[in-house]
Structures are given as C-alpha cells and as structure tokens.
Design a protein around this ligand. Structure first.
Ligand code: UD1
Length: 417
C-alpha cells in the first residue's frame, strides 16, 4: 500500500486546476444505462471510484474506455442486470445502477451496500422510492432484488434529504409512465448536473435547484456528449490548504457559487478571497480566526469538507465547534489529527477544537476519503515529517493530489508500497 511522506511547513504558491467532479460523474455514468449507444464525457478525472464504476458497467455488458480525461461508455450491449457483492461492497455508489436498470430492463439485482468508515449508511430511501414507483422489491441473501413491468409516476416525499436517493429515483422516474413529483429532494450541484444530463438525453425534468422536481416520463432516452462540472470538494480542499499553510494560491476551473458556504467561513476565518467567474485566489490571514461549523445539505456547509475544515481550525486562534448532522460519526480523523498535536475533544458528536500554535509531523493512517485529505492538509502545515499510510482512500477521490501539491511547491512524495 502506497504512503505519502510530507515534509511540512513549506509555503505554497501558484495556481492549481480543479478536476471534474467525481460525485457528478458517478450517477451520470449509470444514467447511460437508460440509453443504448455511445456517450462521451470530457473533463473526467483519473480516480479509483470512477474505475470501479466503469467495472460495474462492464459487468452489466457496457463497453467503457478512458483516456486523456475522456470517458466513453457504449451501452449497446448492456444486457445484464446484476451488480455483484464484490463490486458494490467496494463502492457504495454502485447502488446508482438500481434506478436505471429497473427503468430500462424492468429488473435489477444489486448487492446490499454495507456500512463504511463514516458510519451506517442505509438505503431505505432508495428502496421506498422504487416501491412507490411500482417496483416489487425483496431483500434476501444480501441482495436487493427489484422487478416491475412498467414503472408508474408517483408522488414521493423523501423523509430526509438524500443525494443518492434523489439521483436514483430521478433515473428511475424519467422512463416511468406519466408524472412523478419528488419533494424534499437534494439540491446539490451534482443533482443539478444529473438533471441537465438526463434532460439532454431526452428526459423531461423541471424544478432544478429547488426541493420539488416534476418528472414527466418519456419512452426513450438517447446517448449524450458532455463536459463534466468541476469538483467543488477538491476546490474547497485546495483553498483550505492555502489558508492552513499561510499561502497565497489560486484555484482555476472552479464554480465559486458551488462552495459559497465554505467561502463564507473562510472569510470569517480571516482570509481574503478574490473571485472571478471560474477562479478563486486566497490570501491567508496572519492568524486564522476560530469559526464554528455545522454540516447540512446544500447549500449549507458540506459534510465532505468537514474533516478538512477541522484541520484548518486546529491552527486557529481560539476555540471552534464542529458538528456533522449528515454523518454524525464522521470523526475518524480526530484521533489521527491528535497524533499531530492537535487539541480536539469530543462532546458526544461535537468536536471541540482548541487552536494550537503549530502541529508537529507524525505517522498517521488514512481512514476514509475526506479524512485522508484532512491528514494531507495537516501534514502540509505541520513542522517536520508526516507519513500517511493507506492513501488508497485518497486515490478514490483526488486525481494526483501529490502532483498538484508539488506544483504549488509542497514537499510531498508518494512511496510505493
Ligand atoms: C453522497 C455523496 C457523499 C456525500 C453525501 C452527503 C456521492 C457518490 N456521495 O452520498 O460524498 O458525503 O452525499 O452530501 O455522491 N440516508 C438514509 N437512507 C437512505 C439514504 C441516505 O437514511 O436510503 C441518510 C444518510 O445516512 C445520511 C443522509 O441520509 O445521514 C444523507 O446521505 P446521502 O445524501 O444519501 O449520501 P450519499 O448519497 O450516500
């Protein structure tokens, strides 16, 4: 297993280009199962989660190719309907095949995704929504078996805002008979991107960026060719890197509006931000000010930046409180950050961070995707050497993070395991 070795305490400078958004691409990849033919996606990063989804699609019979940030998916012979345990257990987002398979093939067999490092993650909202659209579902031997003759439009109110359940249900409803009304849906930009892609395929979805979507079923969808949106979480991670290391850096190819909640907190923390339509320059403060955060669905502060922001707060001039209402147990990074001399205590699910003057390098272990990013950030700011093991987690969601950081002047290297 590869490791990162970071010699921290160096200032960063220059520009970094943000890659395409992993969480936007994953559902769009499965949406191609609703079509027959070749779709092409540009600005697709080289990530393990995308390779894993490509694998799932190949198992279903699609042809998938990837080169030069371009992903081609040909679903002409995607005739199978089972996503096996071996793949789904490695990547929860494989559940995204459920809606498209049901809508297109009238049946789906998908291994039940297990828990993961960030806590229990049920799929009841996905299953309830498919049933509301007329699917018969039984869960046995660890598999979700779903079947229908024809999905039928329905009124569905999600009990909780869920990105995954919104995406899956949309992909099922687009080919359902008549109209589906979805209430309390997720408004994340990745959902907006999915709506745009489905509409380009010929679907009829109205209400983008609101909590109520109206889907008028159509009989057929066609392949598309599109450029994928930039990754707001990667953008946020690099901005935090600038703030944390006291560096003036610029991120390019980003959509500032997608991370407004983070930008507001960075300004509260004393940073100066200079924005253009697609770039953000960050000027760090002399000393970071403490800022409390509570994660909520978009447009509020994203859970996927909670760990990174906590790292920033470890060097703040005072106390901050951090709570994740989306995944309350997403706190595995706390014990690792403490190895670097961060002062963090837990009051139930709330992390109380007392800012310290400096962090010191140590050996730590990556536990999940965003926690690993938080450790890389901490290593960049810490004095001395930080060694991060199990970095396969970070390769799931960040395309060559070490190369991008090296370009900014960081002393980070990958050691092959
Ligand atoms: C997606 C993102 C993930 C992000 C999360 C929240 C992808 C591939 N992943 O995950 O990076 O952290 O959104 O922004 O896009 N829930 C239920 N029942 C369900 C489904 C969800 O109770 O059937 C709960 C979850 O446990 C969680 C909340 O709803 O508390 C939100 O989760 P959800 O938005 O569904 O997360 P994912 O789509 O899995």
């Amino acid at each position: 297993m590869d490791k990162f070795i970071i010699n921290g305490g160096k200032k960063l400078s220059g520009e970094v280009k943000i890659s395409g958004a992993k969480n936007a691409i994953l559902p769009v990849m499965t949406a191609t199962l609703l079509t027959s033919g070749k779709s092409i996606f540009y600005n697709v990063p080289n990530l393990n989660d995308i390779k894993m989804m490509a694998h799932v699609l190949r198992v279903l019979g699609a042809q998938v190719e990837y080169a030069d940030e371009t992903l081609t998916i040909d679903t002409t012979h995607a005739d199978y309907y089972e996503a096996p345990y071996e793949l789904v257990s490695k990547m929860r987002a494989s559940i995204y095949v459920l809606g498209p398979l049901l809508a297109k093939k009238g049946k789906a067999r998908v291994s039940f995704p297990g828990g993961c490092a960030i806590g229990t993650r049920p799929v009841d909202l996905h299953i309830n929504a498919m049933e509301a659209l007329g699917a018969e579902i039984n869960v046995e031997h660890g598999y979700i078996n779903a079947a229908c003759s024809q999905l039928k439009g329905a009124k569905i109110r999600f009990e909780k805002v869920s990105v995954g359940a919104t995406a899956n249900t949309l992909m099922a409803a687009v080919l359902a008979e008549k109209t589906t009304n979805l209430y309390n849906v997720a408004k994340e930009p990745e959902i907006g991107n999915l709506i745009d892609c489905l509409n380009q395929m010929g679907a009829n979805i109205k209400g983008k960026n609101t909590s109520h979507l109206v889907v008028t079923g159509v009989s057929k969808l066609h392949p598309i060719e599109v450029e994928m949106m930039p990754d707001r979480i990667e953008a946020g991670t690099f901005l935090i890197a600038g703030a944390l290391t006291g560096s003036n850096i610029t991120i390019t190819n980003c959509i500032p509006e997608h991370i407004q909640a983070l930008l507001d907190r960075l300004i509260q923390a004393g940073c100066t931000l200079n924005l253009t339509e697609k770039t953000i320059n960050i000027e760090p403060p002399a000393r970071i000010l403490p800022v409390d955060i509570v994660t909520y669905p978009y447009p509020d502060f994203p859970t996927d930046l909670q760990a990174q922001f906590m790292t920033l707060m470890t060097l703040a001039n005072g106390e901050s409180r951090i709570e994740d209402t989306i995944f309350p147990d997403r706190l595995m990074h706390v014990s690792e950050l403490k190895r670097l001399d961060a002062d963090i205590s837990l009051e139930k699910h709330i992390a109380i961070v007392q800012g310290v003057r400096s962090l010191s390098g140590a050996k730590v272990m990556a536990t999940d995707l965003r926690a690993s990013a938080a450790l890389v950030l901490a290593g960049l700011a810490a004095e001395g050497i930080t060694t991060i093991s199990r970095i396969y987690h970070i390769d799931r969601g960040y395309d060559r993070i070490e190369a991008k950081l090296q370009k900014l002047g960081a002393d980070i290297k990958r050691v092959k395991g």
